[in-house]
Write a protein that binds this ligand. Structure first.
Ligand code: MFK
Length: 207
């Protein structure tokens, strides 16, 4: 594993253009330009041709607060002109899938088995509401992202509260997604978090 990781990092060292972006959360992200010579790109054929599930849409586990915030931002994704026509609004809901539809290995060798089984960490629970329920909205003009997150019962850390690693995961996901929207594909280089108050399991947080 260490050798594979070394190969992976060596692959990145060969990239020619890696500007670093610092966010207010003290997270450092490195942009990986698609023009850079990433060596291995594998487009995986999907095993079946059904539409992949979009996990950013409401499901039966979403509580009233999650739904209320979702409806608020979703209503801003479309505006009506004076002539009554619908137009794109300032906010955009970012769809979210549990697997990469086109799989880029970034120079790392991955077996076909792993490629077919790989799933996004935050979207790999079958039971709706058990872990990470979230939706991210993006405002291009204001360069802002908001995330509405409902913490499921499988994310327990301290009794009754969300695990710090799960919180870090969400922060990493949102800042990474935001940077990817503003720039290009990114890797997190550094993530520092001050935990100021616990998040009760089952509650909805928003930022
Ligand atoms: C579709 C769903 C999308 C969901 C989004 C999910 C987002 C999730 C994001 C992640 O979790 S990524 C996984 C966790 N991160 C990693 O595994 C990254 C591991 N680290 C690396 O691969 C490399 O260290 C990294 C690519 C980040 C940097 O390697 P480089 O070879 O480019 O570093 P280099 O030493 O050349 O430094 C380039 C610049 O970055 C700066 N830098 C590098 N590491 C840094 C660091 N840790 N802190 C601050 N600055 C850093 C460095 O000083 C330098 O600045 P300057 O250009 O100003 O000289």
């Amino acid at each position: 594993m260490a050798r594979s990781l070394g190969t992976f990092l060596k692959g990145f060292q060969k990239l020619t253009f890696l500007p670093v972006v610092r966010t207010h959360l003290s997270q450092t992200l490195t942009c990986i330009s698609p023009r850079s010579p990433v060596r291995t790109m594998v487009a995986l054929p999907l095993p079946f041709f059904t539409k992949p599930r979009d996990f950013s849409l409401p499901n039966s586990s979403w509580g009233p607060e999650m739904l209320r915030l979702y409806e608020h931002y979703n209503s801003l994704t479309e505006v009506e002109t004076l002539g009554g026509e619908k137009q794109e609004g300032p906010w955009q809901r970012l769809p979210s899938y549990n697997r990469s539809l086109k799989y880029a290995t970034g120079g790392l060798y991955l077996s076909k088995f792993i490629q077919s089984k790989a799933r996004l960490f935050t979207r790999n629970m079958r039971n709706p509401g058990a872990a990470f329920e979230y939706v991210i909205f993006f405002n291009k003009e204001k360069q802002r992202c908001v995330c509405i997150f409902q913490a499921g019962h499988l994310l327990e850390g301290p009794p009754g509260c969300v695990h710090g690693g799960a919180i870090a995961t969400m922060i990493d996901t949102v800042t990474g997604t935001h940077a990817s929207q503003l720039y290009e594909a990114v890797m997190t280089a550094n993530l520092n978090i001050n935990y100021r108050s616990p998040i009760p399991l089952g509650s909805t947080v928003f930022d």
